[in-house]
Design a protein. Structure first.
Lengths: 505, 505
């Protein structure tokens, strides 16, 4: 297969200033600064642009820029920084210290913005990036409005003010609703960008193409032919330097409510009427609506939370979760979540969806497993024990691609059947240098394209299910454990074994 | 994928003598001697074994052995002959001159056999291999019986006498019936081995496994999802030294009636009740029975015969067919055949099967193309012209394997769809050193296993269709032509274009 040229139609954004809340945080350091750098490098940035980092730490501009440069270096190991590009970006970066609980920082922010707008000719256009914990969202909005940094909706303005919210949006349905009410009351929906960066991943976008541009899959994509679906996001890394954040979130909030549920929606949705974002969102929401409610008892039975203990993982001995810096030594935050969901509609009746994600597991893998039913136990099945049901494996990482596992004849006189697979490797056909998810998303927000952002109703529907699980575990005083570097807790195996199935990991 | 060990359960044949009619012919030189050599090398031969070459040419044993050794060298270019193995084989090879029209050679053959049986302790077991034109089959049988080389059925005997018939069995339905009547009158069915060596090819045997050991394919394998099936056996070689044989046969007899029709049967058959050879044959025969009869006019419209003219092929300028040694300069024998067949049953109603085979074409390829219907012209299809229907490609040679062609999203902002394929490479999983078809078949005949041989009813049913085509071309005085090295005659394209389709070559 020959590599194909990736011609992209890049819209150049208008002049604008970005204000990042949580400007020294993990997300900024690991993802956002490299997204801005790459946009600058790839000429996706407007000439008139500035970026203000807003955070509590007292830093000079120079210190802040060094922090970002170091972060860029650290988290882009395979990339050599082009210092001329960095200079172009760096000359537009500022730091503004402030506390989300105090008006002072926001009053000065307003004046600072006015000054920078003149200097950089940004015409009043602003993007506020909430790269912070969701518990801060409402505080920040309140300060922005009270200190007139931002214009409440209904007031005329000839510039745009957009808000980007990092996931998770809230920490349960109730808190998410509180945020959303405040946000929707003060801002127009088209200015609100709720991030789930999985939506910008090529493989996720490809899911719809795979399903609806191929006559082959759709006839098989239902309870008649599919035995179960597994959505797996296993990590080998621990919580790293994010102990403080993570201990307040856990796998359910950090992965399940957003990423895993998005993959589930794309896998299970009906074909939309057309390709408009609202039509697609409507079908995704219908999936959430069809997920069977679980009583506390059912939710407990159909989910597993667990926490890793020390063990040999990713090449060396690793601390247990509760020994990590920033984590409460008595923490009962889960680093592993698995759940079994059922979708009560015509397509999926009787087909369980198993979702799992965890840290410090044996293997890094994010994938969707479509596990087909067995062929009737006749003919080749009669004699053979080793025949496997067909499996379609859609890999997001690593080795992005698709494999179809099937049975073939083993060469030789006897009719022995063995499993083989047809494989499609994404990087073999396309260059691996596709845009990073955050680069795509920030650019989209800059040009006002909401296609790859989640809607409130998806978030709401997803919290409904997620809350049922967290509620079921509320009274648990001590989490099940799994040793770092293993395939997760025994209970997750048992969840499958109860159904006579196993994880495809 | 790791290479898997091929453990085979090889039955050691009993003591026996083989008598090859057509012992200096093309088949013996190109295929059979190497099959015997490999069996010897791989310890599949009984200790008590002898081989008699029977042919018209006056040769000494020594000359004959040299001819075979040279042939082995010439047609096994990648193989170094192990001379010790050759010695073991060679010490068991004899030559016996004779004419199929004269009793003398058969009378002496009987005495010669008696002598060799003593020398090699072969206990009276004999295999007569008819590696000659089918017009000689009846002559030889008559001589064998008249000169008591062989025992007519019904007579008690404590040894076996088997007959192997090379394809094509007859040159039309009538001649095939005449042969079969003679053969069945004189011999027990379990002693009659009718060869179509495609049945011994791994990929052909794999067709049933692919279809019936995978839950994925069977639901799609019908007129609801399949648009058309193409069975293609294109060769780059010309007729070579086989001009004399070929000019009496042509592509219809040499490829279509046997190999192409066998592939069609395996592709189209219903699942058999079990894996017994008779159960499988029954389903294959049902396919032939369901093929729509064609009037002369219909057969003419739905088939194309053609002959190659000189042209640049396979690296150099090549003679036209009628200039080849042994070919009648006014020959109207076809070197290319294409036909469109319809199978009138519930599964295949409305799905055309296109078969083609030709010599001196642009590319060597033998494959089965399952061409799926288009997805509904909605969603991604609305905007895009370049979306291709899904295609399952089952390759027999070269690059034995399976590919599934499907549509995926092209990375980038726009929803562009491009085609990709999942590929399974047979040689990547299994060693390429699988047994040659003739090695498998001769060994099977030696141990009395008829599984991979064709039945009379398959041959009969296949001639019924083939005769309709040859009949339609009977009055044609001049064949359409195609230049050597091209993709065949324009008429073959037109056969497809009439249906709005094209060859997948």
């Amino acid at each position: 297969m020959k590599k194909q040229q990736q011609e992209q139609l890049i819209l150049k954004p208008e002049a604008q200033i970005h204000i990042i809340f949580g400007a020294t945080g993990d997300l900024m350091q690991r993802k956002l600064i490299s997204a801005y750098y790459r946009m600058m490098k790839e000429h996706m940035m407007p000439k008139n642009f500035a970026l203000i980092g807003f955070s509590r730490r007292p830093l000079t501009d120079k210190e802040y820029k060094k922090l970002l440069h170091d972060a860029l270096q650290q988290y882009s190991r395979n990339m050599k920084i082009d210092e001329r590009v960095w200079q172009r970006l760096s000359s537009r970066i500022y730091y503004h210290p402030g506390n989300f609980n105090e008006a002072a920082g926001f009053r000065t922010l307003r004046r600072f913005l006015a000054k920078l707008e003149k200097r950089h000719h940004t015409k009043g256009n602003k993007v506020f990036y909430f790269a912070t914990l969701s518990k801060n969202f409402n505080k920040i909005i309140k300060q922005l409005l009270a200190n007139k940094v931002i214009t409440r909706k209904g007031n005329e303005k000839d510039y745009f003010e957009r808000l980007i919210f990092e996931k998770p949006f809230g920490h349960d349905l109730h808190s998410a609703r509180l945020i959303n009410q405040k946000v929707e009351a003060a801002f127009d929906e088209h200015d609100i960008f709720r991030i789930d960066h999985y939506l910008a991943k090529e493989t996720v976008q490809n899911l719809m193409v795979l399903r609806f541009a191929n006559a082959l899959f759709e006839p098989l994509w239902n309870h008649k032919y599919i035995d179960n679906v597994q959505i797996i996001a296993d990590e080998v890394l621990g919580v790293g330097s994010r102990g403080g954040y993570y201990d307040n979130a856990g796998a359910l909030e950090d992965m399940f409510q957003n990423h895993l549920m998005q993959l589930l929606m794309f896998t299970a949705m009906e074909p939309p009427a057309d390709l408009k974002p609202t039509s697609i969102a409507n079908e995704k929401i219908k999936v959430l609506q069809s997920i069977k409610d679980m009583s506390t008892q059912q939710a407990r039975l159909n989910s597993v939370k667990a926490q890793y203990t020390k063990g040999f993982a990713n090449g060396k001995m690793r601390k247990g979760y509760t020994e990590v810096n920033g984590v409460d030594p008595d923490s009962i935050t889960e680093t592993f979540i698995a759940a079994r969901l059922e979708i009560s509609n015509w397509r999926w009746a009787g087909v369980p969806f198993y979702l799992r994600s965890g840290k410090r597991l044996a293997k890094k893998t994010t994938k969707i497993i479509v596990y087909f039913k067995e062929a009737p136990r006749i003919l080749f099945y009669e004699k053979q024990v080793g025949i496997h049901p067909n499996v379609l494996e859609i890999r997001l990482q690593p080795d992005e691609g698709i494999s179809l596992h099937f049975n073939i004849k083993k060469p030789g006189k006897e009719m022995h059947v063995v499993d083989a697979n047809m494989d499609f490797c994404h990087e073999c056909l396309f260059s691996p240098n596709t845009a990073e998810a955050y680069q795509v998303l920030i650019h989209d927000a800059m040009v006002g394209d909401k296609t790859l952002f989640t809607t409130w109703r998806e978030i709401e529907g997803s919290w409904r299910i997620t809350d049922q699980i967290s509620h079921a575990w509320r009274k648990v005083k001590r989490l099940p454990k799994y040793r770092a570097g293993t395939h997760g807790p025994k209970l997750a195996e048992e969840l499958m074994e109860r159904d006579g199935r196993h994880w495809y990991i």
